[in-house]
Design a protein around this ligand. Sequence first.
Ligand code: PHE
Length: 339
Amino acid sequence: MKEALEQIRTAALDAIAQAENSRAVDDIKVKFLGKKGELTSILKQMGKLSAEERPVIGQLANQIRGELEQSIAAAQQQLKEKQLLAQIKAETLDVTMPGKKFDLGKKHPLTLVMDEIKEIFLGMGFDVVDGPEVELDYYNFEALNIPKNHPARDTQDTFYITENTLLRTQTSPVQIRTMEQRKPPIRVISPGRVFRSDALDATHSPVFHQIEGLVVDKNITMSDLKGTLELFIKKLYGEDSVVRFRPHHFPFTEPSAETDVMCFHCHGKGCRLCKGEGWIEILGAGMVHPKVLENCGIDPEEYSGFAFGMGLERVVMRRFAIDDIRLFFENDKRFLEQF
Ligand code: PHE
């Protein structure tokens, strides 16, 4: 029996020395030390031994078990390290390789200036309100005192969806929605996209942005309109800006005006930027028409107000000397990176 044990020891140690991976070592462990392993089955025969032999063989068996357990653990450890080394070798990193470049996003020039304009009006106590881009005929035209036969309703300008729904051609319908929802005093601006059936060229786009403004309260006069817009333009274009108001016509304001700023390039002399005019048109404005107030349930005898609207693209084009409106919508990174 002693010989059998010695044989097991030699065989197991040999096998361990030859094992090439930890799976093989696991198998060896089962083969020799497992419940049905070789060492175990020898020990099961201990009953046959004499009382003197039993402790001697028992001791030897335990010694061999300990020895084998130890060399199995050592072999596992060694194989693990070997495997790790092989892995590290196979996965070498080239630390001199250039890294991936991540481009940081930037605000679109339209957003930049829109944010600036919002800040200016927020500072004057205005709220920012929103309205739908798909609008009812009633809000875009009817309630704004633009009757059914008005040329602005021409299908050439307006994208109709059905007879009564359309893509809003201006942000002015938000005036009506605001006056329906709020009681005076009202002080809001409403920036957003508007749509007109224009062919795309350097100065026209079927989609562009407007910013609408509306103030309604007791005793609001044309001076409030002029003062507010002058302050706004000076904040946007600089304190030395010269502003002028020209009589104009809008169906939903009376009286109406267009607001110009003196050309900052030629200071009124006339140049290419202002097309020889000396002045650049910035926005349309006027006192809210009494009929419009009435349409919204506001008594024009008690309240008055002013409204204005401006095109964002034009303001931004002038600010950054951009000569083609299409650049805003093409999203060429070489363009966008410049702001
Ligand atoms: N909605 C007008 C336009 O699109 C601008 C405007 C707004 C004029 C408010 C007067 C008052 O041209």
